[in-house]
Design a protein around this ligand. Sequence first.
Ligand code: FES
Length: 606
Amino acid sequence: MADNKSSSSSNNRAETESVIYICQSGTCRSKGSDAALVEIEELASSLRELDDSAAVCEVKSTGCLGYCRQGPAVSATVATKKKRNKHDSGGHSGGNYRRLTKIYTRVDTLERSAAIVEEATGGKLPPLNRLPGKRQFRLSQIRATKRREFLVSTCQWNKAMSNCIAAAAALETNDTNCSNADIDQVRREMKSILVKAGYPRASPLHLMIPSPASAFDSGDSSVARGEQGLFRKMPTAPIEGYVLWTLDRVRVASPHSATFSFHTEDVKRGTPHPRGRGKLPKPITWHVTMLGEVGSNMEGPLPWVERDYTPVSTALDWERGRCDILIKVYSDGHLTSWLKQRTSKMTALSSEQLIRQDLIRGHGGSASEAVLPPKTAMKVWLSRPIPTLSVPSLALAASNDNDDIGSPGSILLLLAGTGIVALPQILAHREPIRMLGISTPRRNHLSCPIDLIHSCREDDILMLPEIKEYCVQGLRPQHPKFCGLRNYTLLPSSRGSNNSSNTDPLPVTSPPPPFKNFFENEGNDADARINIKKCYDAAGLLQDVSNASINISQRLDENILFEAIGKLIEPFRVVVSGPDAYNIAARKHLVDDCGVDPTQVTILSA
Ligand code: FES
């Protein structure tokens, strides 16, 4: 019997193979995917020792899978050997295996990692608290520590504090496995984070809570309600990694979105391209983190939330102390609704006059701009620039293996909603000296054809005048030097349509758009506001541009992608940036329907 069992187990091992891929890209790493990688590796190796019927399982890291907002994301492929009939020839070619791929999201607990390993291998792990060598406790500590390291490295102090509080609470309730030294270590880290966050006099002891769960995840602790009262105000001391910027102007771009223009003279703002003293500038695209002073919040004990934005102004502007950020305002968005509320409060004093004066004086303001009175100047904290993509590969800058990727022969950009903000920074690398003020080797310039497919809501078409200019540049005969865009396709979807692969249509019952008033002719303000129909006359704007086309209410599908990929020159790179639903659909069409190698696809969360 024993022999039979052993031979059937080894048969199972021989006939089934699985590979588990764990996303190690930026957003998932910020949510602890590097810890998920360690957990899954350890659990898979434990299972191999404990259960000889479990399938052979390889564990690998991978790039973005498109499920950024639901990260950490994991994909498992199980290959089962097909039963052969007498007509089949032998061999172990890929054709003899049936492959099944499954995506797992929110892999943020040891239990979830264990379930994935069991499902991918068909084996059975013992209860986690019976794993040898206090493995459960050790792995949970690794998860907390790795996430904290990432948050500290990206100056996300509020989330890092939340992580520390949860880690300290877990240690205090698990006194059989932890020592006082472990708790002291976490307290020291908390103290160090508080100093960096601008609260040098605050004590971590005020934040220790007797609960194993995160105060901010569970949402019901006294800390989360802000009862400790220590952090109700922004610090007066500097916040490490950030400088204060003053908001000068809000330029309304659509009923949902506006460009916020900031300036600063603080030299600590850094530069996207550090250079000098023998150091050459690294060609990258970049983003910044903004702190929204929302007060008590569920993300951590500090009075702000942290959000990443990609500026639409150039690196050269940043070095000159100016920065424009195009932001879509969501009624339920913590930071964006705070920003909208603060700006409307300040302009309410004399907004009508300001808009009028701006028009009458003709100082460069357009009908859709609002300028804030100097005495009510609003300040926000912006971080130093953080690399997003490496150039010319356009692979994620945080990924370790993009040095092996050379220059692409052509590029396809699939951008949706506010994901369009990635465009100016990418195109700036066609002329780095003029646009970025840096000199980079010619091989690092983006001197190849670039095509853009742009999906958006019809009432939120962003940056169209700039895109038109890029198209016109692309038509100029410049061979072998490429400029602007070679081809542009606009896919506007109608309001209320249920087109999940395009962008994020609002349901018909959604709250009114935040900048609606700028787009309606009402009473005496007719001069100061622009007509919504004029704003969205995309067909009129692009009518003479031969390399631009509009497909109204057409969703991004495999047919559009087949055609677009057919025009690309190998080796090509596809960059996808939009809401999660769009990124997932685009990746699926590219990889599953069009057969694009996943390593040629870069996905950014917008
Ligand atoms: S799925 Fe992991 S970063 Fe996108």
